[in-house]
Write a new protein. Structure first.
Ligand SMILES: Nc1ncnc2c1ncn2[C@@H]1O[C@H](COP(=O)(O)OP(=O)(O)OP(=O)(O)O)[C@@H](O)[C@H]1O
Ligand SMILES: [Mg+2]
Lengths: 267, 265
């Protein structure tokens, strides 16, 4: 085949701006790490090895774990998981509209930008902080924890959902649009079938971390195993602390394990 | 005839992507029941033209207009409020990936009914019994009814294209726009798909505009050929008028490359 006779153009070059930005970024990260060295007491690193005897003593607590109360701990753990379940469920309900409205390929900037800022806000405020707000409004107990998880996880899932929407194949959606379907129909029949497996996977993944969050939320009064742990710590009952820790680790690992199996099957 | 409205009326339409003119004041009238091949080298604006007719893409602002069966699709560089009514009359078949992969072939065909369904009925997929029956009939007609329950992404390219044709049939489309519907198919499936389009045109009087890479297909299956080059229409007439000279003008001296199966005329 006849090719063009013109000169071969030179390969594309990275602009000065791009290179400069790279140095700025990596240099900035290095500077921040050095700055943070002292405030976080990184110099104590050697203590980890010097004081290993103290660690052993703490570990001995596990040998005398308070097995007798296991039933109460499992019950409290279950309450914590239920908290995570409802929190994640409400989060998904919140994340579906947020994820669709916040996707670049779905809505004009005038809708998408405010939705994105709202999701950023929800994600940025830690569930511990949201939790304290709800403790004041709905009182101590699991419901405050559920709401805290719902809002924070809703923001995270909304962001993940909209990224899934942005990476979908636009062609089948155009196929639906070309039939004269309404925008809402396009979403339900063109978009959601495509993103459903990824969305479910993300939701399960967030359920895993919600069950960890729910444990920590117990510490500030949302009930469940976190509260039990807090009480035992305050009473210096290290045998109880040990048993509770074991229950938490087993339960959370179990959830991770199960959800990983389900997620693998979905994708 | 001045009494019939054109299936597609494109008037002075341009489309600019950055500095590149994909369409350069294109005007084209396709009458109901016509079968038109749209040819031209890669990048000449064929897909852009079809997508603009369906309102999947806006054209440049100004005097350019596109109407479908008398319903305005675009005006002043904007899609009109009646675009859904217009789309419902026109089936669209792309080269590939027309169907929603995770839905069954049957459901994909039923999506053709969305344009005439109410918002809520469409939202929850409450298809009428009549539509369901029509969908099976359409699948049967194009020869893939055995795969109705299968997920679209498990079907071969040719089966998917036939599914897309079935969707246009259920839609009750009076015109079909097909953008290289056979480009990714083997010769046997390609011929089958082309024959289905011809049958749709002859039996149901559906207007067909089909873009093709293979000039011999255009000549064999379509009476009228429109050729684009650099966004301009450089030929619009009977396929028999496409001589070697004209083809070299359109495609350049490597014209033989534009033939897939046989040689040139
Ligand atoms: N979304 C887009 N953004 C930028 N440029 C585009 C876009 N779509 C098309 N173009 C450009 O417009 C011109 C016409 O493209 P078009 O896809 O219509 O060509 P085509 O005739 O269908 O080509 P092919 O035969 O390869 O499919 C090309 O130069 C292409 O690069
Ligand atoms: Mg094209």
């Amino acid at each position: 085949m006849a090719m063009t006779d013109t000169a071969v153009p030179p390969p594309p070059k990275r602009s000065f701006g791009d290179v400069f930005f790279d140095y700025l970024l990596w240099g900035g990260i290095a500077a921040l790490l050095i700055w943070a060295f002292k405030p976080v007491e990184m110099y104590k690193l050697p203590l980890l090895f010097v004081n290993s005897k103290n660690m052993q003593e703490y570990g001995n607590g596990f040998a005398h774990a308070d097995v007798a109360h296991w039933k109460i701990y499992v019950e409290q753990m279950w309450l914590t998981i239920q908290m995570a379940l409802w929190g994640t469920f409400l989060a998904v309900i919140l994340a579906v509209p947020l994820g669709l409205l916040g996707a670049r390929n779905m809505t004009p900037a005038i809708i998408q930008q405010p939705v994105r800022r709202l999701m950023d806000l929800l994600r940025a405020v830690p569930d511990l902080v949201i939790g304290t707000v709800f403790l004041v409004t709905v009182g101590l107990g699991p419901f405050a924890g559920v709401l805290a998880i719902a809002l924070n996880t809703g923001g995270v899932l909304g962001k993940l959902f909209s990224e899934a929407v942005e990476s979908m194949d636009p062609r089948p959606v155009e196929g639906v649009r070309a039939t004269g379907a309404a925008p809402l129909h396009e979403m339900v029949w063109g978009v959601i079938p495509q993103v459903a497996p990824l969305w479910t996977s993300y939701a399960l993944y967030r359920f895993e971390s919600s069950s960890r969050s729910a444990t920590v939320l117990g510490l500030i009064g949302a009930g469940g195993i976190g509260k039990t742990l807090f009480d035992s710590l305050n009473g210096f009952a290290y045998d109880q602390v040990a048993m509770i820790s074991i229950v938490i680790v087993i339960a959370v690992s179990l959830i991770d394990f199960l959800s990983q199996i389900i997620r693998k099957r979905l994708l | 005839m001045s009494t019939t409205v054109a299936a597609a009326a494109v008037r002075g339409v341009s489309k600019t992507f950055g500095a590149r003119k994909a369409l350069d004041s294109v005007s084209l009238d396709v009458q109901p029941g016509e079968m038109v091949a749209l040819i031209g080298p890669s990048g000449s604006g064929k897909s852009t033209l079809l997508r603009s007719i369906s309102g999947l893409q806006t054209v440049d602002g100004g005097k350019g207009t596109i109407d479908v069966f008398g319903i305005p699709v675009q005006k002043n560089g904007r899609v009109t409020g009646q675009v859904r009514k217009a789309r419902a009359k026109v089936g669209f078949i792309a080269q590939q990936f027309n169907l929603v992969g995770r839905l069954s072939l049957f459901t994909n065909v039923l999506l053709g009914a969305l344009g005439r369904m109410g918002t809520w009925a469409g939202l929850f997929g409450r298809w009428s019994a009549e539509d369901k029956q029509k969908a099976m009939a359409a699948l049967h007609r194009v020869g893939v009814s055995d795969y109705a329950g299968q997920r679209a992404n498990t079907l071969s390219g040719g089966q998917q294209q036939r599914g897309a044709i079935a969707r246009a049939i259920l839609q009750g489309a009076q015109a079909v726009l097909a953008d290289e519907p056979v480009a990714s198919l083997d010769p046997v499936s390609a011929r089958k798909v082309m024959e289905l389009l011809v049958e749709l045109n002859e039996r149901d009087k559906v207007a067909v505009i089909v873009t093709l890479h293979q000039v011999d297909y255009a000549i064999r299956y379509c009476e009228r050929v429109v050729a684009l080059k650099g966004g301009k229409i450089v030929y619009d007439g009977p396929s028999t008028g496409l001589g070697r000279e004209k083809l070299i003008e359109i495609y350049g001296p490597e014209i033989e490359d534009a033939f897939w199966e046989g040689v040139g005329p």
